[in-house]
Design a protein around this ligand. Structure first.
Ligand code: C5P
Length: 281
């Protein structure tokens, strides 16, 4: 039996720059792993892929990225075995926090360790890419500049900082959000300035370079999310915005500032920290 904890990510800044002929988009974003985790336990079985999850609406068949990752692993390596995976979700589902991709990356790493197949970094990355664009980031989670379709990953040195994540309790579909996009924006200059401000801990200044291409369409459909960003700002958050295509919001905050949801507001707050490095353990 092997158990791994695998983190969520937050996008601070996300520019969708170009539509490609293959239906995907070119983006630019700062990805930060954060201390909010899913837990996966693996147990060798004679055959088949068996998955159980502690949240009822998460599929436990080939619609789940964990199942697909295990299937891909067995096909690629030729290992003749089965696996049982027990998934405990700490990362809200469908929130733009990368939980599914993180679970899939942890599955590739877990099976590689369990069966001692010693896949190279390149092999793991190419398998991860087949599973989803965010997936290869989670093979070695640390602050990164992510470009291309999400497959070009450049590690960045950024001191860790405190965040509050707001989960409104519902998800937003990423393909839907991409389809709604009207405006494409080049982010190379503001993204560089945003990174510089975060690296130098000038968080207040970082907010002026923050941008997320999905905010316009997501806030139009869910105005309560925009109101929550205003609430974070009014409570003294340095930077607040949408993570990925939502629905989660993040706020960069001082270590001692307390946040409690206004009475009658749905959802949950998670107090987390960005991780400078996480060797999926
Ligand atoms: O990579 P992932 O499977 O998470 O992407 C989900 C969907 O988001 C894709 O099927 C595509 O519609 C859209 N997408 C995109 N451009 C990207 C990443 C995702 O259009 N770079």
């Amino acid at each position: 039996m092997l158990t791994l904890r695998t983190p969520a990510k937050v996008n601070i800044g996300l520019w969708v720059e170009r539509r490609r002929s293959d239906g995907y988009h070119e983006l630019r974003s700062l990805f930060f792993p954060v201390s909010l985790f899913d837990r996966l336990s693996f147990e060798v079985r004679e055959r088949g892929i068996e998955l159980s999850c502690d949240i009822p609406h998460v599929p436990s068949d080939s619609k789940n990225l964990v199942w697909l990752a295990a299937d891909l692993y067995f096909t690629y390596t030729g290992v003749r075995s089965g696996i049982r995976v027990d998934l405990k979700k700490g990362i809200p589902v469908g929130h733009g926090l990368g939980g599914g991709s993180s679970d899939a990356a942890a599955t590739l790493i877990g099976l590689d360790r369990l069966f001692n197949t010693r896949l190279s970094g390149d092999e793991l990355r190419s398998l991860a890419l087949e599973l989803g664009m965010d997936c290869s980031f989670f093979l070695d989670p640390r602050p990164c500049l992510v470009t291309g379709r999400g497959e070009r990953i450049k590690p960045l040195k950024v001191p860790s900082f405190d965040l509050v994540i707001y989960s409104p309790g519902f998800g937003v579909s990423t393909p839907w959000a991409y389809k709604q996009l009207k405006r494409l924006t080049n982010g190379s200059k503001p993204c560089k300035l945003l990174f510089k401000a975060l690296r130098e801990r000038r968080y207040h200044e970082a907010s002026q370079w923050l941008y997320n291409s999905f905010e316009e369409v997501v806030y139009r459909c869910y105005p309560e999310l925009e109101r929550m960003v205003e609430w974070f700002n009014s409570k003294g958050a340095w930077v607040a915005g949408l993570s990925g295509s939502g629905s989660a919001l993040f706020a960069v905050v001082g270590p001692d500032v307390e946040f409690e949801l206004p009475a009658g507001t749905r959802g949950r707050l998670f107090r987390v920290r960005t991780l400078e490095r996480w060797g999926v353990v």
